[in-house]
Design a protein around this ligand. Structure first.
Ligand code: ADP
Ligand code: ZN
Ligand code: ZN
Length: 733
């Protein structure tokens, strides 16, 4: 009698056996609906066997096995298993959380009609239609029809480019009989589709060398560290290597750190490969869209898959290439639940499939840089900008001990922006947000407004006249007076994006200023609109935080002003300066990318700090080697491997006690060090007290062996009222 072993979305690290009369080996990787307690739940079949530890009379029967959707491939199941073991997280939760929401429950999935992989042409009725028959306010409908008149047939990709909403119209027009659809046969046409490739720029010598090196090793595993200065044209290298992979009938997976980067890359890819089916997978998709994209990837219909970290778990039958763009970015690491690093899993996946993975960055993480130095990764470099006239920007420090900054902005800085404005170039004001945001301060006693649920300071949102907690989302009114001394002279202190925007507007009343932060980029097409406005020269000055530092291409940008960078120089976080440097290189790299020259101005109290010196010299290597030397002496990563046992409770003592009890259980070998439990850097979050205990070792293997054993022991520990998790290779403390 066949028995299926099923992984369920349950916080217990076990698989569950069920009787399934008709199950075969082919069902491994399929979803199964099974009884659990008095509920019906959905799981994924990991094995089909005939023996079980469960007594026959206790063995329940499966309700059904879903054979509509192809089973998850064995290699992907192996990836889940590795992930579960390495991050010490229940396998069932790893698997189920990687699936689109609609596949996690046992409601039957209605596979919604999708317009993908078809091309569309006007029918005879459609051809009779005249633009004037569509009311002027139906802008998209008119645009779509105009496009049909001019360049039909249209592919789904072209239609989506007109507007995401055009897809709906296509479905309607099909029903009305205005247009007809013919499938694009994907397998036959990769070659012809590739020939449709839009004209490509002539590669620079460096780009060509990079592409050649990587493509001659297309059929084997290598981790390539593509280290290219900002503007060196890494994207062009990606595009050429992707074309080579597509030509071998392979799928390419491209991981990007921020959803805000997807529209720009997506449009570059769609323009370059207009006939290659492509999907993007990120958190802004709704459940239906995500399922549809995921299925296209899983069925092998989509050949290019662009996504944020979760996309690393997408089933891809013909995977032949993985690219991790901006590999140093910390958003590849998930900070709650399963704390995986999508970059590291991408490398695992590439090794498993024996395919190349490219890690691209201007400022690689020290971990990756170290691996390239030691020869574990292969280094490929682009040392000059791709556009000949585009020189790297000049970097200058403005010493704020000598220059007054009445509104947070010094005179030389305002002058530079003014000059830039008069030359009709754009400027960008970057505010380093780490540890810095406008808070409400009492001038007489020094009291600041603090979130009751977290230990963090509340941030002033001037426009909404609200105090907000950026950690837990709490919102409250401005108090009328200081809660501590009653003084009424309380005022916002420090600069957030809004205050800088307001000061700038006072100094430069004619400038068109656009503020970019989490709030202004929340809605779905916000980024597209912002980028459009910037490219159409509708904006003179951009004001924003790290969101702006990511890889956007703003050709007319000349001046970059950096405020408050000093905050990160003397942080307690040992990665703070690594991050600051990367961020400043990124944001500086936005300037002078095409025909305008770039100037970076940094307001600082420490103009001689080695970090700013390295930045002025554009010397990533020197700086990185410096940091590595420091890390080696201090025994920090990448010279040691770390894990954190994190605990949260309503009461700090409970959390600390739990960690102490866990530490007592541990019997680490000499090569593994356990530190004392301490409160986290953010000791209160969302009303919970947080503490952790650091474990480290110079040997990853021994650390892992220790953790596996310890994890079982901690699981057996009475942990009433305490939530705990292991964070392997932690980035935040
Ligand atoms: P990076 O990601 O390395 O910072 P990008 O890929 O954004 O750089 O390229 C920078 C600019 O150089 C872009 O405007 C791109 O179109 C242009 N570019 C890249 N390669 C070439 C090339 N071979 N010839 C001309 N322009 C190029
Ligand atoms: Zn809070
Ligand atoms: Zn006070």
């Amino acid at each position: 009698m066949p028995i299926i072993r099923v992984a369920l979305n349950i916080p217990i690290d076990t698989l569950f056996d069920y009787q399934a009369d008709d199950a075969t080996e082919n069902d491994i990787g399929s979803r199964a609906c099974v009884p659990f307690g008095n509920k019906r739940v959905t799981g994924v079949i990991i094995a089909v066997t005939t023996d079980t530890q469960i007594a026959t009379e206790k063995l329940k029967a499966v309700y059904c096995i879903d054979r509509e959707i192809n089973p998850l491939p064995p290699a992907l199941l192996q990836l889940f298993k590795f992930c579960s073991q390495y991050y010490h997280y229940p396998e069932g939760m790893v698997i189920l959380n990687s699936l689109p929401t609609k596949l996690r429950n046992n409601k039957p999935v209605k596979l919604k009609q999708s317009i993908n992989n078809y091309q569309y042409d006007l029918t005879e009725i459609g051809k009779q239609l005249d633009l004037s028959s569509i009311p002027a306010r139906q802008r998209i409908a008119r645009q779509l029809l105009a496009n049909f008149h001019q360049i039909a047939p249209l592919t789904s990709a072209q239609i989506k480019q007109i507007s995401p909403r055009a897809q709906k119209l296509v479905l309607q027009w099909l029903q009305l009989g205005w247009i007809s659809a013919t499938p694009i046969a994907t397998s036959v046409s990769v070659d012809t589709a590739l020939q449709k490739t839009i004209k490509t720029p002539i590669l620079t010598i460096e780009q060509e060398a990079a592409v050649n090196t990587i493509t001659t090793h297309l059929k084997q595993f290598n981790t390539w560290l593509l280290q290219g200065i900002t503007g060196s044209g890494k994207t062009e290298v990606y595009l050429n290597v992707i074309a080579a992979a597509l030509a071998c009938n392979k799928q390419a997976l491209i991981l990007v750190p921020e959803i805000s980067l997807t529209p720009q890359l997506e449009s570059i890819f769609r323009t370059r490969f207009p006939a290659i089916p492509m999907v993007s997978l990120h958190s802004r998709l709704n459940d239906t869209e995500r399922l549809a994209s995921w299925l296209q990837a899983h069925r092998g219909e989509a050949r290019i898959i662009l996504g944020t970290r979760l996309a690393v778990f997408t089933p891809l039958p013909d995977l032949g290439l993985i690219i991790v763009d901006e590999e140093h970015d910390s958003s590849f690491k998930q900070q709650d639940g399963l704390r995986y690093s999508a970059r590291d899993l991408a490398i695992f996946r590439a090794r498993q499939m024996n395919i190349p993975v490219i890690l691209g960055s201007a400022t690689p993480s020290l971990e990756s840089y170290h691996n390239a130095l030691s020869g574990r990764y292969r280094s490929v470099r682009l040392q000059s900008r791709a556009i000949k006239k585009a020189a790297l920007p000049t970097v200058q420090c403005i010493d704020v001990r000598r220059h007054k900054t009445p509104e947070g902005l010094s005179e030389p800085l305002i002058k530079a922006i003014q000059q830039c404005l008069s030359e009709k170039h754009q400027s960008l004001v970057f505010i380093n947000r780490r540890g810095y945001a406008p808070v409400l301060l009492c001038k007489s006693c020094g009291w600041t407004a603090i979130c009751q649920r977290c230990s963090s300071r509340l941030v002033v949102h001037l426009r909404a006249k609200k105090l907000c907690c950026h950690h837990c989302g709490y919102e409250g009114q401005f108090p009328r007076a200081c809660l501590h001394c009653g003084n009424q002279d309380i005022a916002p202190f420090g600069q957030g994006t809004q205050r800088v925007e307001e000061s700038l507007a006072r100094y430069l009343p004619t400038a068109r200023i656009l503020r970019i932060d989490r709030d202004s980029t929340r809605h779905k097409n916000a980024w597209q609109e912002i980028l459009h406005a910037v490219h159409e020269q509708q904006v003179d000055i951009l004001v924003g935080t790290q969101l702006l530092a990511k890889g956007h291409d703003f050709p007319n940008l000349s001046v970059v002003a950096i405020l408050n960078a000093d905050n990160s120089l003397y942080s307690t976080d040992f990665r703070a300066t690594e991050r600051l440097f990367a961020q400043l290189i990124q944001v500086s790299g936005r300037a002078g990318r095409a025909n305008v020259s770039g100037h970076v101005l940094i307001q600082t109290e420490f103009p001689d700090h080695p970090l700013y010196r390295a930045l002025q010299a554009h010397d990533y290597d020197g700086w990185a080697q410096n940091l590595l030397a420091e890390r080696k002496i201090a025994a920090f990563p990448p010279y040691v491997y770390q894990a954190l046992l994190c605990a949260e409770a309503h009461n700090r003592q409970l959390a600390l006690d739990f960690l102490t009890r866990a530490a007592k259980l541990a019997t680490p070998p000499e090569t593994v060090t356990l530190f004392d439990p301490v409160p986290a850097q953010m000791p209160r979050l969302k009303g919970l007290e947080r503490a952790h205990l650091l474990v480290q070792s110079a040997s990853r293997k021994q650390l892992q062996a220790f953790l596996s054993h310890w994890y079982v022991q901690i699981n057996a520990l009475q942990s009433h009222k305490v939530r705990w998790i292991l964070d392997v290779d932690p980035l935040e403390f």
